[in-house]
Design a protein around this ligand. Structure first.
Ligand SMILES: [Fe+2]
Length: 393
């Protein structure tokens, strides 16, 4: 039996400055895996069982199994906590469970967190009163709610801990520099760079922008039966992921890794970390001979993966005031392309949270040095301070 290997501690020797990071915690960012925790395909399970494996059929006609409409009491509790937080004039980047008490709702969130991390991996909340509260109070209540699920991490090089998914007119074909969440393009099945992602719908598009989810463990089982060759390719550490220029001093512009990993320790679960845009955008390095281009097997693997996700997906539409939370460890998500309303009707706007769940607090045992850091994952460039803007910038 393999014992859990001790993890190296933080490589940073400088203490975290509270002047820069108000809650005393810094996002650790993306890293290549520790090589001793990359395993050959033979070590992977032939089939996965348990609640993380789900078939969309099971949930499609049963939204009550994955939807919770906030009760009046829960909304009141969030409202009181948000008003009190506003009065205390604490910066939004300093929000934590300690300054955002939810005496009753916290119990529900505790159970939900367990279902996100170790169960089906997603939930849809309904009835968050974004129109009544406006963006500032909504953002505080949303971030406050999020603190009960995980630690918010920075989502980009600018330190955004409250992200805004909105079409800013950036060119989605410039995939080596443009993050697709800032465009109206289709997003293929992928995982975000955090343990949990939340999306709060502020405004909908005129058309499209709908959500798809899939259990990556169901996808795994399907590929294991139909295309074990594809699955094997995905477990090999031959994949380069672009940092898209969001790079700290001394870091490489890409990360060499696999797509499917095993957790560390005994009875490891299968963990997926994937985004085809980040893999396809590296031609500036492969054309220059710095990294190898995608092999034919890799191109086929990413196409088969996308097609399999599409076949097994659960479709979901986010209405104004809906919050979707999902676990990136074992759920992949996508969205359809969309068309916004003509002005003055507001554009589609989702507020996004990336939340981290360290190992010591029930998070997955990831093959990265920062697995036990509170703000593991996310995107951190040097000492960029966290910011929580109320709209896209
Ligand atoms: Fe995403």
């Amino acid at each position: 039996m393999a014992l859990t290997q001790p993890l190296p501690t933080s490589t940073s020797t400088t203490p975290i400055s509270k002047d820069i990071f108000p809650d005393g915690l810094k996002t650790t960012g993306q890293h290549p895996p520790l090589s001793e925790h990359i395993h050959p395909f033979e070590k992977f399970p032939t089939q996965i069982t348990g609640p993380t494996v789900w078939d969309a059929e099971e949930y499609r006609d049963h939204p009550e199994k994955w939807t919770h409409r906030f009760t009046d009491e829960e909304i009141e509790e969030l409202s009181v906590a948000a008003d009190e937080f506003l009065r205390a004039k604490i910066p939004m980047t300093g929000i934590s469970k300690g300054n955002f008490p939810l005496p009753t709702l916290s119990t529900r969130l505790h159970g939900l967190r367990a279902d996100l991390l170790d169960g089906k991996g997603y939930i849809l909340f309904k009835g968050f009163p974004v129109e009544k509260w406006g963006n500032h109070k909504s953002a505080i209540a949303y971030m406050g709610l999020g603190t009960y699920l995980g630690y918010f991490v920075s989502q980009n090089s600018r330190g955004h801990v409250l992200g805004h998914v909105k079409d800013l007119g950036e060119d989605p074909t410039q995939i080596d520099s443009v993050r697709i969440y800032r465009t109206n393009a289709r997003q293929f099945f992928h995982a975000d760079d955090s343990d949990i992602v939340g999306l709060l719908c502020i405004h909908r598009a005129r058309e499209g922008g709908e959500s798809d989810l899939v259990s990556s463990h169901h996808v795994y089982n399907t590929l294991a039966k139909e295309r074990p060759d594809v699955l094997k390719t995905l477990t090999e550490p031959i994949w380069y992921f672009d940092r898209k220029g969001e790079t700290s001093k001394g870091q490489e512009e890409y990360i060499k890794t696999s797509v499917i990993y095993l957790e560390r320790g005994d009875n490891p679960r299968v963990y997926t970390k994937w985004d085809p845009y980040y893999v396809r955008s590296l031609t500036r390095f492969s054309d220059a001979g710095i990294i190898p281009p995608l092999s034919a097997a890799q191109v086929e693997a990413l196409e088969v993966l996308e097609a399999t996700c599409n076949r097994l997906k659960l479709h979901m539409i986010l209405e104004v005031g809906d919050i979707q939370f999902l676990a990136n460890s074992h759920v992949l998500h996508a969205r359809t392309a969309y068309v916004d309303h003509a002005p003055p009707t507001p554009r589609r706007h989702l507020m996004r949270l990336w939340l981290a769940t360290p190992e010591s607090e029930g998070g997955w045992k990831l093959p990265f040095w920062d697995s036990n850091e509170k703000k593991r994952g996310g995107i951190q460039v040097d000492d960029q301070a966290p910011v929580a803007p109320l709209d896209a910038e």
